[in-house]
Design a protein around this ligand. Structure first.
Ligand SMILES: [Zn+2]
Length: 286
C-alpha cells in the first residue's frame, strides 16, 4: 500500500500509555488464560462474557507520561489509521444500499492489557471486536507476530487483520452477529463451533469486499498486496494454529475455518465485491 497523503481516521483511541491497577478482589489469571485460549486471533469473546465479566478486578489508568512511540510504531499507527479510514469510505458507501447507516467503529490501540465492554483482554488473545461497545481492540505487537510467528509479513497482511475485525462490526450492524449468538445459545458445542466458523469466514469475505473497494475506488493497493492478504488469511487458519499449538488438527474444534477456507472467502469477497457473495450461512460448501 502507498499510504502517503491519505486520510487517517479520527476514530483511533490511543490507550497505549495505560497500565493496570489492581482494585477489589483481584485478577483472575485462570479466567484470563481461558479467555486467551478461546479468543486467540479475534474470536468473538461474547459467548464467554459471563466468565470475562466475573474474572478481573483491574482498572486501567493513564500513566503520568504520554506514551512515547518509536518511529516504527508511528508508521504502523499511521498505516492503521489510513486502513481504518478506508474501511469507513467503503462501508459508508455500501451499507446505505441495504438501508443501513454505517456507524463508524472506534479502534483502540493498547499495550499488553485492555478493558473492553466484553471484558478484560490481553494482547496474547490477538485483535478482537467487542459488539457491546462497537470497538476493535488491537495491540500492534500482533503485526510483529504476523511476520515472525505466522510468516505473513507486509502492510497488507496487517490491513487484512483490521478489515477482518471491521467485518465483525459490519456483521453487528447487519444484525447477523445477534442472530448467530442466539442460535449458538440453543446449540451444542460442535454446532456452535460450526456457526462460529461461518461468522469468521464471512468476516474474511467482508475484508475482501473492502479490499476490492479500496483498490477500485481509491487505488490503495500495490502489486503484491493481495498475495500478502491471502497469506495472512491462510496463516491464521485454525488448522495451522492447531498444528502450531498441539501438533494435530481437530476439525470439530475449528472456530475460524481452515487456512484454505479463509483464503477462499477472502478471495470471494475480493472478486465479487458484494455482501451477497459473502453468504457463508447459506453456502452448502465452505
Ligand atoms: Zn474474527
Amino acid at each position: 500500500m502507498d499510504i502517503r497523503g491519505r486520510r487517517q481516521s479520527s476514530n483511533i483511541e490511543d490507550r497505549r500509555g495505560m497500565r493496570p491497577v489492581r482494585t477489589g478482589v483481584g485478577l483472575s489469571i485462570g479466567g484470563l488464560l481461558f479467555l486467551g485460549v478461546l479468543t486467540l486471533l479475534g474470536i468473538n469473546p461474547l459467548p464467554f462474557l459471563g466468565l470475562a465479566t466475573k474474572a478481573p478486578e483491574v482498572q486501567m489508568q493513564q500513566t503520568q507520561e504520554p506514551y512515547q512511540e518509536s518511529a516504527q510504531e508511528a508508521n504502523l499507527r499511521q498505516m492503521t489509521a489510513v486502513v481504518l479510514a478506508d474501511t469507513e469510505e467503503t462501508w459508508s458507501a455500501i451499507l446505505p444500499k441495504y438501508g443501513i447507516n454505517y456507524v463508524e467503529p472506534k479502534l483502540v490501540l493498547f499495550n499488553g492489557l485492555v478493558e473492553s465492554a466484553c471484558g478484560t483482554a490481553e494482547s496474547a488473545m490477538g485483535p478482537f471486536y467487542c459488539p457491546l461497545d462497537q470497538k476493535v481492540y488491537l495491540d500492534m505487537s500482533f503485526y510483529v507476530d504476523l511476520t515472525q510467528r505466522f510468516g505473513a509479513p507486509g502492510d497488507f497482511a496487517q490491513a487484512y487483520v483490521i478489515a477482518h475485525e471491521v467485518g465483525h462490526h459490519v456483521q453487528n450492524l447487519l444484525g447477523i452477529a445477534q442472530k448467530v449468538r442466539a442460535l449458538q445459545e440453543r446449540s451444542g458445542k460442535v454446532e456452535a463451533n460450526a456457526l462460529s466458523v461461518r461468522m469468521e469466514l464471512q468476516a474474511d469475505c467482508f475484508a475482501g469486499v473492502w479490499a476490492r473497494n479500496a483498490a477500485q475506488s481509491r487505488q490503495l493497493l500495490e502489486a503484491g498486496d493481495i498475495d500478502e492478504g491471502l497469506r495472512a488469511a491462510s496463516a491464521i487458519g485454525d488448522d495451522r494454529l492447531q498444528k502450531m499449538s498441539q501438533g494435530r488438527v481437530v476439525p470439530d474444534a475449528f472456530t475460524h475455518g481452515s487456512s484454505e477456507q479463509r483464503a477462499r472467502w477472502f478471495r470471494r469477497g475480493l472478486e465479487a465485491g458484494t455482501l451477497e457473495a459473502c453468504d457463508t450461512f447459506g453456502a452448502t460448501q465452505l
